[in-house]
Design a binder for this molecule. Structure first.
Ligand SMILES: [Zn+2]
Length: 271
């Protein structure tokens, strides 16, 4: 599932795609649940003007004030080709403008695009973005410090901090030396401050490489047909049974919050 670095990479791809500033000429919906128009009028004739991101969602702003809110879920992304062109069987929603054809490509079909007059409700349900300039280490420590749940499940909760998913939570907790099952309120303050700096460092590093693509199947993430390059830099995620590069212990895998969770038993002691 695309997390913050992957969605940011998709945002950058779309922003420079040439589809921006064009008027949408046609909208074709192949899978009914992939597109919902909650606004009062049709999309055709409106133009994209800018694209913003909060957490794992994209907000494509239109020149009439409306917004397309994109939830990528497990396998959504966008591809851009010239129009007319053949539709891929996994293209669920297709926008055309001039000689461009922008497809919402979603093999597993859990993603959705909502056209709305007002995105404030959706934005409001999301906690502060993990890369927001207003998320200081003190704010992060305050947000996490009162939660009496496993730190991993708190970090996955999009209503507290938005943007992190299974890959990056495992990576950030390893970098900060925090066991994923420790209750958030029991993590010492210096460790929460370290978590803050490691979170930013890891997310920025991944964005600079276009995010993480796992495996090579059709449903694996890519942005505009280009795979992310961060996979070789993952320290624990998908590395169970391998050696920890910091201490040589064998990386373990447990379940936390119904998610496969990778950690180093030596670097991340449960104390
Ligand atoms: Zn280790």
């Amino acid at each position: 599932m695309p997390e913050l670095p992957e969605v940011e990479s998709i945002r950058r791809f779309l922003s420079s795609s040439g589809f921006m500033t064009q008027k949408v000429e046609t909208l074709l919906v192949h899978h009914e649940r992939s597109f919902r128009n909650e606004s009062g009028s049709e999309l055709e004739g409106a133009a994209f003007t800018s694209i913003t991101r909060k957490g794992k969602k994209l907000f494509i702003h239109l020149d009439d004030g409306r917004v397309l809110v994109v939830h990528f879920s497990m396998s959504g992304t966008f591809s851009l080709t010239s129009s007319p062109g053949p539709d891929d069987i996994h293209d669920r929603v297709i926008f055309t403008a001039g000689d461009l054809r922008l497809a919402f490509h979603d093999p597993r079909r859990f993603g959705t695009i909502i056209l709305t007059d007002d995105d404030s409700l959706i934005r409001g349900r999301l906690g502060i973005d993990a890369l927001s300039s207003t998320l200081s280490k003190e704010t992060l420590a305050f947000l996490l410090g009162e939660k009496k749940r496993a730190i991993k499940s708190v970090l996955l909760d999009q209503s507290i901090i938005s943007g992190l998913g299974n890959i990056y939570v495992d990576e950030i907790l390893w970098a900060a030396g925090i066991h994923p099952l420790i209750q958030a309120s029991e993590v010492p303050l210096p460790s929460l401050y370290l978590l803050h700096s490691q979170m930013r460092r890891i997310l920025m590093a991944s964005i600079s490489l276009g995010g993480t693509s796992l495996g090579d199947g059709e449903s694996n993430y890519h942005a505009g047909g280009v795979r992310g390059g961060y996979y070789p830099y993952l320290k624990v995620f998908d590395r169970d049974s391998e050696r920890c590069e910091r201490c040589s212990s064998v990386i373990g895998k447990i379940r936390v919050a119904q998610r496969g969770t990778h950690y180093c038993p030596s670097c991340q002691p449960f104390t």
